[in-house]
Write a protein that binds this ligand. Structure first.
Ligand code: Q9C
Ligand code: ZN
Length: 341
């Protein structure tokens, strides 16, 4: 399997996040991608290629122009104020407040985010832009006839909505790739999100569309981030009614429950008549993940890949979460090796 990877991910390295009332080093760190790349090489998964640059147009198909210009320009505005620490938002237009777009930099950051988990640093835009190009390069490889490809994206993307960052995500790499398939004439696309957290951004982007099915297996949002989306009764609306499938599971769920949910998702993907599959590949379902509550073990990821392969669809794997840094490479590449059989 071809892997796409850019060193640009290193340009994004946030200092800290708020966990249990304390500022702790960011779990979403550059060494995550290093471990995955090392495992790709150690296992000789296949060639590792630098991404092509498809420009802004395919990103603008998913994200609003005002969001992108805020994101691209935020660091320069912050630096012009004399700062060099990470930018973090601290207030949001929650209930009773208005969704106006203020002039102030902090006000705009609140307007364009849903949590304080997505810091903007000097290199965040460049890293996120390259991460999207990595996903688009994988998409291009499939369009050219490959059966599968691995987009080793960092930062991840599935929490990012059309005009919102959060949950370590800025640009929705999987959604950008799915839309590129549609724009190149693929009629029906399916997304399978196996990250531990619900892909709220991806769901919201495609919620009213019948052409892109979104399926997700994740920690029950009654108890888990992102809390405010990802419930089983969210089935899509309008033309998208029936094209959103959430399979929330309780904390402590292991392979038995998880794989039953995967069967359900796969059946729905087959019914949809999908011609291509985009997998949002988070491995934070691992038993030793420091911020997650599922119990998958490393060999389970081989089974996961094999089950996905049984769909018989051209498949683009897009890296999302996974914070047990020492094992993230083994687990992510196990999915890819399980897929290849
Ligand atoms: N106690 C991805 O896996 N957690 N994002 C906040 C605060 C945010 C995860 C925890 C988790 C975001 C791509
Ligand atoms: Zn996650």
């Amino acid at each position: 399997m071809l892997t796409f990877y850019s060193d640009d991910h290193r340009l994004h390295h946030g200092r800290c996040e708020l966990i249990d009332g304390e500022l702790k080093p960011c779990f979403e760190m550059p060494s995550r991608a290093d471990h995955v790349l090392q495992r790709v090489r150690d296992q000789q998964l296949g060639e590792v290629r630098a991404p092509s640059d498809f420009g802004r147009a395919p990103i603008e198909r998913i994200h609003s122009a005002d969001y992108l210009s805020f994101f691209e320009g935020a660091w320069a505005r912050w630096a012009a104020l004399g700062h060099d620490s990470d930018m973090l938002p601290f207030t949001w237009p929650a209930r009773t407040l208005r969704s106006v777009r203020p002039d102030n930099l902090h006000g705009q950051f609140g307007y364009y985010s849903f949590d304080a988990g997505a810091p903007i640093t000097a290199g965040t835009w460049r890293a996120a832009y390259s991460s999207a190009q990595v996903a688009l390069s994988g998409q291009q490889a499939l369009a050219a006839g490959a059966r599968s490809a691995f987009a080793l994206c960092r930062p991840p993307g599935h929490h990012a909505a059309a005009d919102l960052m959060g949950g370590y995500c800025y640009l929705n790499n999987a959604a950008i790739a799915a839309q590129a398939f549609r724009d190149q004439g693929v009629g029906r696309v399916a997304i399978l999100d196996v990250d531990y957290h619900h892909g709220n951004g991806t769901q919201s982007i495609f919620y009213e569309r019948g052409d892109v099915l979104f399926t997700s297996i994740h920690g029950d949002p009654r108890a888990e981030f992102p809390f405010f989306l990802g419930y089983a009764d969210e089935t899509g609306s309008g033309a998208g009614e029936g094209c959103n499938l959430n399979l929330p599971l309780s904390a402590g769920s292991g392979w038995e429950l998880w794989s039953a949910a995967l069967d359900t998702a796969c059946q729905r993907i087959a019914e949809h008549g999908a011609e291509v599959l985009v997998v949002s590949l988070g491995v934070d379902t691992f038993k030793d993940d420091p911020i997650s509550q599922f119990q998958l073990d490393s060999p389970d990821y081989l089974r996961m890949g094999a089950r996905i392969a049984r769909l018989g669809l051209p498949t683009l794997f897009v890296m999302e979460g996974g914070y047990a840094v020492a094992e993230i490479g083994i687990n992510a590449v196990n999915v890819l090796e399980g897929f290849e059989g």
